[in-house]
Design a protein around this ligand. Structure first.
Ligand code: ADP
Ligand code: MG
Length: 561
């Protein structure tokens, strides 16, 4: 501490570059401050620091296994964020002077680089805007930030005295329950579970926090109600969605998309109080939609779309500009390639001609390469074991292919399966085009050399907010990838893809799985570019890493034969 103070005294009022003398570590009473990267000027991205406590006196049960540790690290990240808001003044001069930040978590609980809870220490990774007056060092302000505010943050967030044990236990056990529940799904023959009392709607289209007033809590129809026993909460009841084809029907604005969206986020765990803590789905579930304009590289969509105009084969379909239907087919084929057991499809965001074709259109248009999804949902399950939940408001034909129908009225769910069968019986049957089988798309081999990440002199692979990754000179648009929860996942996905460029050619699925199993061995820190502070990252799924690489416009693949 004394050394830090005297260094700051010495460089006070010097040019901003003098801050580089701070690089290194400083011993405080209860923790070590590690200054890993020092910004070049007050307007540059903030400096990266870590604080590491000298012991870990938290109750060991809070971090005794991987799931609990991730949850506890999530909690401590939120505690630090809260302490920063309470303690740090912020604006202390030009540029980012005086700002202190930690990675901002979403409503999800994910492995992140922001916090490391070890047996003998707790380490928080932060960014600090070193204070400047104009472009020179403001030593006095730096003393206030580093020697007063930072220790206060540590005292409020990283020691057991300041974190209520009950709240910490609740956080950890809630996440553990959700994880357990997700692991139970296959043995129960379910693809998803929505606990009674869950709050599904969100505050607004721009907020992921629960809707407060007016939210109708979820209540399972008795026919779908199942009982599960969780390690911490004990017996819980809710709606089990079995494998197969499930329809969510109902009038406009009655909560269909809200239910589907909650299922799509059920691949992740949520913080207690989110309302969706016990809404879980298979961890490999993928929400697929139409995404016209996207680039597609050598994807086998032939099971869904036959030969295109000019006899163009679709076994290795490439385009810089996909249509609504071909983009949706590519999204499904890519999900199957990397691996999924549950597809989530919302009529609202689907291409109509991909979803269904009526008899009149079949009569008029003979040369139609698309086998509509309605003819594929059953084969998807029968031949490939992939279940589907489809939201439908307008196309009653889907009633014919559903194993069950969940009807939403005024946000309240009921079982309309029997009624749906009666309705179907009153109309002439819809003849399927053919009784089709569904084939797995041919796996692709990624050509590593096509991932050209040069941008000027440097190689670039980074996230730019939640929905963009920058790979070389290209900005890859991920705004239609619906299960990215936070910018840290985008950043990590970008860095993972960046490494593919240096690896050899190989199967797309194998390369992604290899990268993720490397991370689960080495930890997310391994993706960091420098020693020390790795940057702000959260763990993405294989599906989102695939989404990033698949949308790269320069991507070249070989289709295996
Ligand atoms: P749909 O897809 O059936 O047209 P949405 O799911 O988009 O309907 O929901 C319509 C509106 O109702 C949204 O503003 C949503 O936030 C709200 N909503 C959804 N479910 C509930 C609920 N259980 N309680 C209160 N409001 C809800
Ligand atoms: Mg909708």
């Amino acid at each position: 501490m004394r050394r830090l103070r005297s260094t700051l005294d010495r460089i006070d009022r010097k040019g901003y570059g003098a801050y580089k003398d701070l690089a290194g570590s400083f011993e405080f009473d209860d923790f070590t401050l590690l200054v890993d990267r020092v910004q070049r000027d007050p307007f540059a991205p903030p400096s990266l620091v870590r604080v590491r406590t000298r012991d870990n006196r938290f109750d060991p049960s809070l971090f005794e296994n991987r799931v609990r540790r991730v949850a506890f690290e999530d909690l401590l990240t939120r505690e630090v964020d809260r302490a920063i808001r309470a303690v740090v003044r912020g604006d202390r001069g030009s540029g980012g002077s005086g700002r202190v930040e930690i990675q901002r978590p979403s409503q999800k609980v994910l492995p992140r680089t922001s916090m490391v809870v070890g047996r003998d220490s707790v380490e928080a990774r932060m960014a600090v805007g070193l204070p400047a007056r104009g472009r020179s060092v403001d030593g006095r302000a730096a003393v206030a930030v580093l020697l007063e505010e930072l220790p206060e943050v540590v005292g409020r967030a990283l020691v057991p005295e300041s974190v209520e044990l009950d709240r910490a236990r609740l956080h950890v056990s809630s996440v553990e329950d959700a994880n357990h529940l997700r692991d139970l799904l296959p043995s129960l023959g379910l693809v998803a579970f929505v606990a009674d009392g869950s709050v599904l709607p969100r505050e607004s289209g721009a907020s992921d926090r629960p809707l407060g007033e007016g939210a109708v809590p979820f209540e399972s129809p008795p026919e779908f109600r199942v009982e599960v026993e969780l390690p911490n909460r004990g017996v819980v009841t809710g709606m089990g969605i079995p494998e197969g084809v499930t329809l969510v029907a109902g009038g406009g604005f009655h909560g269909k998309s809200t239910l589907l969206s909650a299922l799509s986020w059920g691949v992740y765990d949520h913080v207690p109080g989110d309302g969706r803590e016990l809404v879980v789905s298979r961890g490999d579930a993928v929400k697929v939609r139409a995404e016209d304009g996207r680039s597609v590289a050598g994807v086998d969509i032939s099971a869904m779309i036959g030969d295109l105009p000019g006899g163009r084969s679709t076994e290795s379909f490439s385009t810089p500009n996909a249509s609504g239907s071909t983009s949706q087919a590519a999204n499904i084929a890519e999900a199957l390639e990397v691996g999924t057991s549950l597809l989530l499809v919302d009529e609202d965001t689907s291409a109509t001609n991909f979803m269904v074709r009526d008899e009149r259109m079949r009569e008029l248009v003979r040369r139609e390469p698309i086998t509509p999804f309605i003819d594929l949902v059953r084969p998807l399950h029968r031949s490939l074991g992939v279940s589907t939940v489809v939201v439908v408001g307008g196309v009653g034909d889907y009633l014919e292919v559903a194993d069950r129908v969940i009807l939403l009225e005024e946000y309240s769910a009921s079982d309309a399966t029997r009624e749906a069968r009666e309705v179907v019986g009153r109309f002439p049957p819809r003849a399927p085009l053919e009784a089709r089988e569904m084939r797995r798309p041919k796996p692709r081999r990624l050509r590593a050399s096509s991932l050209d990440l040069r941008r000027g002199k440097r190689e670039t692979a980074r996230g730019r907010g939640l929905v963009t990754v920058e790979l070389g000179r290209e900005r890859v648009d991920l705004s239609s990838v619906e299960q990215l929860a936070e910018a840290g996942q985008t950043e990590a996905a970008a860095r993972i893809v960046g490494r593919f460029a240096d690896g050899g050619d190989g199967g797309v699925k194998e390369i992604i799985e290899g990268a993720l199993s490397g991370i689960s061995r080495e930890g997310l820190d391994d993706l960091g570019r420098f020693r020390g502070h790795p940057g702000e990252m959260s763990l993405p799924r294989a599906q989102e890493v695939a989404a990033a690489v698949n949308r790269f416009r320069g991507l070249k693949v070989n289709t295996e034969t």
